[in-house]
Design a binder for this molecule. Structure first.
Ligand code: NAP
Length: 291
């Protein structure tokens, strides 16, 4: 397929490389020249704008940061809509608010572009190994057409429902992982403060009811003190904001997400936003020490 890709960061770069590896033709654009280089070296065609990417593609994928970025690359000047031929499918794989995804999809539909919201879970490792979990909202016919591209980036691809349903699923996922990373940090900090080896505590718990991927992966990196991103703390703060904003709109309670959001606010406010989300353990350690 002729596929366009916009947003070549920690996640987008390996996802785009996997599309080339699966034999798709790739057109790419990025705001910083440096982000383009690994893709050009792998045989992708470089473009001067998102509109130029769209003009050469049957499907365009975006993997940027937040809703204003998706809006800019799709509906902004020199954006996807300006270059799109009739029948183009735009697949946004960034994590943004469900209401924003629905609004952008509606405005793209008015310009002849069918948008899928297809956020992912599985982190940088999943992106590199093409084992991402992909949760899709939008028109089912567009989903069927996009499946060969999605299948080259993920192992588990699920159609959830109408526009926004993929982002609702991702918000649910972030409730579990956002609260989960705090729970793991809290448990490992508790073990250490009790004078018991947190390495052994993690190992023991992995075999029991509290075992999880968050404990396995994030827990290991907390023990290794490996704060290199991965998943930047400010991105997790963004995702908690999405959960709280939607909960406000829906008039429902999300009490544990509210606590997680507060801690991510302090973590990012304290200057650790560009570090991995697991640096929340440093925050708990500092607060526990009364700093
Ligand atoms: P990242 O490393 O910061 O990459 C984001 C990329 O988007 C950058 O390459 C940046 O371009 C581009 N971008 C951002 N805003 C743009 C704009 N307005 N116009 C053009 N390009 C723009 O972030 P990431 O970790 O890959 O995350 C991307 C998305 O995936 C986020 O929504 C995040 O929540 C989600 N996600 C991340 C993970 C993870 O583990 N990292 C896991 C699941 C989901 P430049 O390079 O040119 O600056």
């Amino acid at each position: 397929m002729r596929i366009g890709f916009i947003g070549l960061g920690i996640m987008g770069r390996p996802m785009a490389l996997n599309l080339i590896g699966a034999g798709h033709e790739l057109a790419v654009w990025s705001r910083r020249e440096a982000s383009l280089e690994p893709l050009l070296a792998a045989g992708a065609r470089g473009c001067r704008s998102a509109a130029e990417v769209a003009a050469q593609s049957e499907i365009v994928i975006s993997m940027v940061a937040d809703a204003p970025d998706v809006e800019q690359v799709t509906l902004g000047p020199q954006g996807v809509a300006e270059g799109a031929a009739a029948g183009l499918i735009h697949v946004d794989m960034s994590t943004i608010a469900p209401s924003a995804a629905r609004s952008i999809a509606e405005r793209l539909a008015a310009r002849g572009v069918s948008m899928l919201d297809a956020p992912v879970s599985g982190g940088e490792i999943g992106a590199v190994q093409a084992t991402l979990t992909i949760m899709v909202g939008g028109e089912e016919a567009a989903y069927e057409r996009a499946l060969p591209a999605l299948g080259a980036m993920g192992r588990s691809v699920t159609y959830i429902g109408a526009s926004g349903a993929g982002q609702v699923t991702k918000a649910c996922n972030q409730i579990l992982t956002g609260v989960g990373v705090l729970m793991v940090a809290e448990a490992l900090n508790f073990a250490r403060a009790s004078g018991v080896d947190p390495v052994r505590v993690r190992e023991a718990m992995l075999g029991g009811f509290a075992g999880s991927k968050v404990l396995e992966n994030h827990g290991q990196r907390m023990l290794d003190r490996n704060f290199k991103p991965g998943f930047k703390a400010w991105m997790h703060q963004k995702d908690m904001r999405i959960v709280l904003d939607e909960a406000h709109r829906l008039g429902i309670m999300t009490p544990t997400s509210a606590i997680a959001a507060q801690l991510f606010n302090v973590l990012v406010g304290g200057g650790d936003g560009e570090q991995d989300t697991i640096s929340v353990i440093k925050l708990l350690e500092r607060m526990s020490a009364g700093e």
